[in-house]
Design a protein around this ligand. Structure first.
Ligand SMILES: C[S@@+](CC[C@H](N)C(=O)[O-])C[C@H]1O[C@@H](n2cnc3c(N)ncnc32)[C@H](O)[C@@H]1O
Length: 254
């Protein structure tokens, strides 16, 4: 599903919960990004992660691709105002049909549900693997199936998750709200691992970010936020908890 308003998207993301999510993903990007080479931000939208990658390591060349011109326009505005436009290139491109040669990128990331919006996830994954260099990394982040299921069950009609929506979600793994499909698929960690097995990829890291959902007002209290972060980082790789997390992340090596 194509997003159509970059400005509105960035406004929606401007809250402490999303900032915690970005920060946790960045923590792992710092660990696994190469020292030099090419990075693909597939479904990178308004470029939040491309910008973080560019700031982590000045020797990386980054391509931010998306099917939405509107999202890329907003990204371009940000890259120029941060003077990163010479190091990050925007490209209109579908993850399921990437217009790049084989084995081109050292780090391919597909974060913040872009993968979940692809109608054919197997084709999308084949493409992400195809454009990754041997020994390069593929980093996916998607909604966690069980984490969302628990959330939808608990929130119920107050948040427009009707009983039919929850049952549809359970059957299809596609989020439904207000009796409508959101066209966004969730995964279990086992399903992500299976994708990698089909391509003989090695799993190098699994984590959830955030691992548990938090009452919003606690995040604006500096003392509480510090403790929450400690707990998040302590438990975000816990195999017993991963499936109940918020966004599942898996990093493969090709
Ligand atoms: C929730 S946004 C995430 C953006 C960015 N990855 C981030 O985390 O900030 C999902 C993005 O995926 C893009 N998208 C959806 N399907 C796509 C596809 N098949 N190919 C490329 N981009 C796609 C949307 O246009 C949107 O910009």
């Amino acid at each position: 599903m194509k997003y159509s308003n970059g400005k509105k998207y960035d406004q929606q993301m401007d809250n402490p919960y999303v900032q915690l999510w970005y920060e946790m993903v960045e923590h792992y990007l710092r660990m696994y990004l190469p020292k030099s080479g090419r990075v693909l931000d597939a479904g990178g939208g308004t470029g939040e992660f491309s910008i973080r990658v560019a700031n982590i390591n000045k020797n990386l060349k980054i391509i931010n691709c998306d099917i939405s011109e509107e999202m890329l326009e907003k990204a371009q505005e940000k890259f120029e105002s941060l003077e990163l436009h010479k190091r990050i290139e925007n490209k209109i491109c579908d993850i399921m049909n990437l217009s790049f040669e084989n084995d081109l990128f050292d780090y391919v990331m597909c974060l913040g549900d872009a993968f979940s919006f692809c109608e054919d996830n197997n084709q999308a994954f084949d493409e992400l693997v195809r454009v990754t260099k041997p020994s390069g990394k593929i980093h996916l982040s998607v909604n966690a199936f069980w984490g969302n299921f628990f959330g939808m069950m608990a929130k119920g009609p107050d948040k427009k998750f009707y009983f039919e929506d929850v049952m549809n979600y359970y059957q299809t793994h596609i989020i439904h709200q207000n009796c409508k499909s959101m066209k966004c698929k969730s995964f279990t960690i086992e399903e992500l691992e299976e994708l990698g097995r089909k391509h003989n990829l090695r799993i190098i890291k699994e984590f959830a970010a955030p691992i548990f959902t938090i009452f919003g007002k606690w995040l604006v209290d500096a003392e509480k936020l510090k403790k929450i972060k400690e707990l998040q980082y302590r438990h975000c790789e816990d195999k017993n908890l991963l499936n109940f997390g918020n966004h599942l992340n898996i990093i493969f090596e090709k």
